[in-house]
Write a protein of this length. Structure first.
Length: 143
C-alpha cells in the first residue's frame, strides 16, 4: 500500500513530537515530513533548493505562529498556486482568535482546529484528523 504523505509545518518541538506520535499510532501507512518555518514550507512545496525531489504531500497540517512566513502567509501562497492549491490544509494552532479562524477560512483552509493544551487531548485531536482525512475522506490524487 502506498503511504499517505503528510507535511507538518510546525516550529514547536513538543507539538511536532506529539503530532508524529499520535499519527504513528493509527493503522494507516504514512510518510510524515516536517518543516519548521514558513519559508522552508514554501521551498518544500515548490520543490526548490534542497527539496527538489520532495514528494507532494496529500495533506498539510499548518501552524499559524511560524517564523519567517506565518501560517496565514503560507496558506495564501498554497491556495494561490495552481500546482498545490488542491491539497487539503488543516490549520492546527494554539490561537482560538475569531480573527485567525475567519482569516484562515477566507484563505481556503480546509479546517481550523485549536490545539488543546493537554497532551492526551492533543493526541485525540490529531487522531481524529487522521481518522477523518486519512480514512473517511477521499483525498485528491497528486500527479
Amino acid at each position: 500500500m502506498i503511504p499517505i504523505n503528510v507535511l507538518l509545518i510546525e516550529d514547536n518541538e513538543g507539538d511536532i513530537l506529539l503530532t508524529k506520535e499520535a499519527l504513528s499510532e493509527g493503522g494507516i501507512n504514512k510518510d510524515i515530513q516536517v518543516v519548521k518555518d514558513g519559508w522552508e514550507a514554501m521551498l518544500y512545496l515548490e520543490k526548490k533548493d534542497k527539496y527538489s525531489t520532495a514528494i507532494t504531500p496529500d495533506l498539510i497540517l499548518l501552524d499559524i505562529n511560524l517564523p519567517k512566513l506565518n501560517g496565514h502567509e503560507v496558506l495564501k501562497r498554497i491556495k494561490s498556486s495552481s500546482t498545490i492549491k488542491h491539497i487539503p490544509v488543516i490549520m492546527l494552532s494554539t490561537s482560538s482568535s475569531n480573527t485567525d479562524v475567519n482569516q484562515c477560512y477566507k484563505n481556503q483552509a480546509s479546517c481550523y482546529i485549536t490545539k488543546p493544551v493537554d497532551a492526551n487531548d492533543f493526541s485525540e485531536v490529531v487522531s481524529s484528523i487522521e481518522k477523518f482525512y486519512l480514512t473517511t475522506a477521499k483525498l485528491p490524487v497528486n500527479n
